[in-house]
Design a protein around this ligand. Structure first.
Ligand SMILES: [Zn+2]
Length: 306
């Protein structure tokens, strides 16, 4: 392991690895640099994902003439307690069993810190966004999959093995298969894959589903159930954890026509009264992909870099 720079006044690369794309950015002198670059996650679906990730980071740094001192990666996987070995990775199976942080550190010659993707985004919102300074914050992100994270005093709750797998709570009972191998997980009914399937059935492009749903009563009903399932899951998590703030984000709530008011109304209707219904603050993620950069600042600070 290389000696770790204790100075944030350096170049830190940040990569938010999602199910379909990787968003890259960097911090210089502890400040966010404008401009983000996006590449396909398929680049990691190869025999040597460590080599591929190293090349992506090197390419980003070289193009900008940066000499990186550290990198922070948000990853859509379940890492071990050391935030190094990938325990499970249904979205990028090639990463399973890989010591992603330490192998990348060795390959690149500077420290590479891993964080669960959703925890990194929530840490960013805690640092500078809608969950700023909250004593406890629950974050639920609806995108390709469903991700959740919980911060207690600004620190991610880890669980015993994985923790906060809200995408895999059982819902309905129609037997639909989930990527994890179980049936009837929330993620089998209320994530990006569901919208792709509804788009195929209705022949309406994914991005137009919510704004054109009135053209197709079957689609309209399916989207009502889709929103209801998302809201039920969020209400369940709030009733369980009683956070100060519950933040919802991800690509799906950002879609044109997504019924944010109806979603929040359904969540509120299913919160226990009077508490946490009267105390929880429902918020929408407000930093978008830049949340990962702010989150990286928090990761570095918490791990003794800043
Ligand atoms: Zn599942």
């Amino acid at each position: 392991m290389q000696p770790l720079s204790k100075n944030l006044k350096s170049n830190v690369l940040v990569a938010d690895i999602g199910g379909t794309k990787i968003v890259l950015g960097h911090l210089q002198e502890g400040q966010l640099e404008p401009g983000l670059q996006t590449v396909s996650t398929d680049l990691l679906r190869v025999r040597d994902p460590v080599g591929a990730m190293a090349e992506i980071l090197q390419g980003y740094a070289q193009t900008r003439g940066l000499g990186p001192t550290a990198a922070v990666l948000g990853v859509p996987v379940s890492p071990d307690r050391d935030l190094d070995k990938v325990l499970s990775s249904p979205n990028i199976p090639q990463l399973e069993g890989v010591f992603f942080a330490s192998e990348l550190t060795q390959r690149l010659g500077y420290a590479v810190c891993l964080e669960r993707d959703i925890a990194l985004l929530l840490l960013g919102e805690y640092q500078a966004g809608a969950a700023r300074g909250a004593s406890s914050a629950l974050g639920v992100f609806f995108g390709t999959g469903v991700g959740a994270a919980m911060l207690l005093g600004g620190h991610p709750y880890r669980g015993y093995s994985v923790g906060l797998e809200l995408g895999h709570i059982p819902i309905r009972g129609e037997g639909r298969r989930c990527v994890c191998g179980n049936t009837d997980c929330l993620e089998a009914y209320a994530c990006g894959h569901t919208l792709v399937e509804l788009s195929r059935q209705s022949t309406i492009p994914v991005q137009d589903l919510f704004i054109r749903q009135t053209e197709n009563p079957v689609l309209e009903q399916a989207l009502r159930e889709f929103i209801r399932d998302q809201a039920y899951a969020v209400a369940t998590a709030i009733n369980l954890f009683d956070p100060e703030v519950c933040l919802v984000g991800g690509g799906i709530p950002e879609m044109k026509g997504y019924p944010r008011a109806a979603f929040q109304q359904t969540v509120l209707e299913h919160l226990r009264r009077p508490y946490p219904r009267e105390t929880v603050r429902l918020a929408w993620a407000e930093l978008g992909p830049r949340a990962a950069l702010y989150g990286a600042l928090e990761v570095l600070r918490q791990r003794g870099f800043g």
